[in-house]
Design a protein around this ligand. Structure first.
Ligand code: PLP
Length: 356
């Protein structure tokens, strides 16, 4: 019975290695430092109770607010069910299954691969250089084979920002033959590093954003695509009729008010201070081998014995993101920045290990 069903499943789905979502990992922990979520919730009221009606596909006010936040026009914005849906929507709009290819640069966010493999799109992986920057010449060598390039800036899980000249150079080289997607899920933590100013000049550029990280709204599943309106209109042909639910529109619209954006940036500033404190104190722990500076709300750390550290913290209720199975990241753990209290707790455990 089960075997027969399996035969019906598409071959690439049968062999697909799925995304390891933070929630799938489980753990009895009460300190969640594994999914780069904001540590403190924001609360909103629901004002629109007309749940008997379908929502607007692209809610006008919400798009206008995001456009004003991103310094763009609202016809350059599309909203969707989180950045993850954006990754999928772009691939389904531009790539022919079993024919086209995408390119990404590991270590990076795993969903580019998962979505491509699900649809049946070939992946070229051009690993990053040792300083976590793009290997431009190796990317350029593959250009005539790829349709869409996905880069993540600042990059998850390494935390660094890409050299802006590399991005400009890449856009110049690919001309309009390839689509460049820049995933800016963490851009609020280093707002000056956005590539959105390049959108006017480069019609093949697409930027992905989300309310899941700095806006502390991972639970509502709301993301944005920024691009020129020709691209937006093609994406709108593919998107489901009602991608954003009425309560999500309600909450996102409030979150994007001028006051709430100011308050988001204030909280981001405080979190960055905690990250700086955390980094200095992690460096002092003997079990820590290497830490990379970060422009985000997480740190990538190499430990002398990362599996042991992961398990010790796991048993104390602290859930981290093990990077061991990622190419080039054996011995690495990614730690999201929590509250000061949570970070202090992690440090106190690591310090007690160092001395025994
Ligand atoms: C968290 C994350 C996403 C997913 O964001 P959602 O809006 O929650 O779907 C996409 N890209 C990167 C790089 C991320 O870290």
């Amino acid at each position: 019975m089960n075997l027969n069903i399996k035969k019906l499943v598409r071959t690439n789905v049968q062999t697909l290695k799925p995304y390891q979502s933070a929630r799938l990992l489980g753990g009895k922990g009460d300190i969640w430092l594994n999914a780069n979520e904001f540590p403190i919730p924001v609360s909103f009221k629901i004002f629109n109770n007309a749940m008997n009606r379908y929502p607007e596909c692209q809610p006008k006010l919400m798009l206008e607010l995001y456009a004003s936040y991103a310094n763009l026009d609202s016809d350059q914005i599309l909203t969707c069910r989180g950045a993850d849906e954006a990754i999928d929507l772009i691939m389904r709009t531009f790539c022919e299954p079993n024919k086209d290819s995408i390119l990404f640069c590991s270590p990076t966010y795993d969903m580019y691969r998962v979505v491509a493999e699900t649809i049946g799109i070939h992946c070229y992986n051009i690993p990053k250089l040792e300083n976590w920057q793009l290997n431009l010449s190796a990317i350029i060598n593959q250009l005539d084979k790829v349709k869409v390039i996905y880069i993540c800036n600042p990059n998850n899980p390494t935390g660094n920002v890409l050299n802006p000249y590399d991005i400009q150079y890449l856009l110049k080289i690919i001309d309009e033959k390839v689509i460049l997607v820049i995933d800016e899920a963490y851009i609020e933590f280093c707002a000056e590093s956005t590539s959105s100013y390049l959108l006017t000049k480069h019609t093949n550029l697409i930027i992905i954003r989300t309310l899941s990280k700095a806006f502390a709204l991972a639970g509502i599943r709301c993301g944005f695509i920024l691009a020129n309106k020709i691209i937006i209109n093609f994406l709108l042909k593919v998107i489901t009729p009602y991608p954003i639910s009425t309560p999500v529109i309600d909450i996102a619209t409030q979150a994007l008010s001028k006051n709430n954006i100011v308050s988001m940036y204030n909280k981001v500033k405080k979190l960055i201070d905690i990250r700086k404190w955390f980094l200095v104190n992690l460096k002092k722990c003997h079990c820590v081998e290497k830490i990379f500076s970060s422009e985000t709300n997480y740190l990538l750390v190499r430990f002398i014995d990362s599996s042991k550290i992961f398990n010790i913290l796991w048993k104390r209720g602290i859930v981290l993101r093990d990077q061991n199975n990622h190419l080039g990241l054996s011995g690495y753990i990614r730690i999201s920045i929590g509250t000061k209290k949570e970070c202090k707790y992690v440090i106190s455990i690591l310090q007690s290990l160092s001395t025994d």
